[in-house]
Design a protein around this ligand. Structure first.
Ligand SMILES: [Zn+2]
Ligand SMILES: [Zn+2]
Length: 394
């Protein structure tokens, strides 16, 4: 059933308010305090996570079984180039990843539960069910906000039985919800490689070890890790996106600094790749008289949607949520720190169609707000089912 207009208007107003006042990762204090004031007025209990803007909002804190919904608080260092009346008022900062939409969905759910238009199941022990909204700081910036939340005693107290997230998706039409069971999004690790040796005059390369040529060989050889040393059945990507050699037309520099990313869909393949990347870079550089220093900064793990939960939710929404069209979506090589929750708790990360348009992380990204109503209808349906709490109605 479509949600009430008043709920939609409320979610839309929240979205526009946070959209106009975006804050960068780990600095979302104003956003957090605005949301906390709204939630307190709606009768939700608030639990802050120490030393971060992250916080939890809990419905029925005396409950014994919780489900969770994660919304990110942070925006990106992008100058907004839309002409929306509620465009960013913070120069150079923009909600270009749809996190404003995710927060608005959480707040719409908060209002629905507060006003009784979303209800938790009653199987004779209604008081034992609760909802925890996880408002997470710093999703866009490694190490992400999730590890600190998961490690906190505050989260342990309200640890949900299952956890959900929507992510705005401008490749899907409004009304569509994208499902993918199992490994859905990639692990992402950052590569920092420095090839160093003897520089010198560009006209006398035989007196140098030419770190530039060695670095070029390293870039090429690293593709053999992906293509020849890892199982071909597991998707992986290795990209070197930054190469810095500050020589000149006639100067061979002493070192070349490179940066890149490695992503895959399997934690074992990820471990294998790390060792191979280091060995290949070091040995190739060494074979030409240079050294290679390889640093791999671990990013988010592989995001795995719990297959049972994914199938169950898809079936329920297909049957009961008439304004949502459930579609299968392919796996992605992008990453999200929701993966940390899903490593520990049955988790489901859904793609929310916001109308086909400008991509995420672009200055003209502008999601269709009607998608808020679609997500809220879906959550309204899900709230009613005790199966989500892992209780099977007992
Ligand atoms: Zn993003
Ligand atoms: Zn995002």
């Amino acid at each position: 059933m479509p949600i009430a207009q008043s709920i939609f208007r409320y979610a839309q107003a929240v979205r526009r308010r946070v959209h106009a006042h975006p804050e960068l990762s780990a600095q979302e204090w104003h956003t957090a305090s605005y949301l906390q004031a709204e939630l307190a007025a709606l009768g939700w209990s608030l639990v802050t996570i120490p030393e971060t803007p992250s916080f939890l909002a809990v419905w029925n804190p005396r409950g014994e079984r919780f489900i969770g919904y994660r919304a990110e608080l942070d925006a990106l260092p992008i100058a907004e180039a839309t002409d929306l009346p509620y465009a960013s008022e913070n120069a150079g900062v923009m909600h270009a990843c749809g996190h404003d939409m995710h927060m608005a969905i959480a707040m719409g759910l908060a209002k629905m539960l507060a006003e009784g238009s979303a209800v938790l199941p009653t199987y004779g022990d209604a008081a034992s069910y609760g909802v925890v909204l996880v408002f997470e700081s710093s999703e866009e910036l490694l190490p992400g906000g999730a590890p600190a939340i998961l490690a906190s005693s505050e989260f342990a107290r309200y640890r949900p039985r299952s956890i959900f997230a929507f992510h705005a998706d401008p490749s899907l039409a409004t009304g569509q919800i994208g499902f993918h069971p199992g490994a859905f999004m990639a692990s992402c690790d950052e590569l920092y490689i420095t090839v160093a040796g003897q520089g010198g005059h560009g006209a006398m390369p035989h007196l140098t070890t030419d770190p530039v040529l060695a670095a070029a060989h390293v870039v090429v050889a690293l593709q053999a890790v992906r293509a020849r040393m890892l199982p071909p059945f597991t998707p992986s990507v290795l990209t070197i996106g930054r190469v810095e050699a500050s020589g000149a037309t006639n100067v061979i520099p002493h070192e070349v600094k490179m940066q890149g990313t490695f992503r895959t869909h399997d934690e074992e393949v990820r471990r294998q790749a790390h060792a191979r990347i280091a060995t290949v870079a070091e040995r190739v550089a060494e074979s030409m008289g240079n050294t290679a220093q390889v640093e791999i900064r671990h990013g988010y793990p592989v995001l795995v949607n719990a297959p049972d939960l994914c199938q169950w939710v898809k079936r329920q929404l297909s049957a009961e949520c008439e304004n949502a069209e459930c579609v299968e979506v392919p796996m992605r090589m992008t990453a999200d720190d929701f993966a940390y929750y899903a490593q520990q708790i049955p988790g489901l990360y859904l793609r929310l169609g916001v109308g086909v348009g400008a991509g995420l992380h672009t200055s003209t990204f502008s999601p269709d707000e009607q998608a808020l109503g679609v997500a809220l209808s879906a959550l309204q349906v899900l709230c009613q089912h005790a199966e989500l709490w892992g209780s099977r109605g007992t």
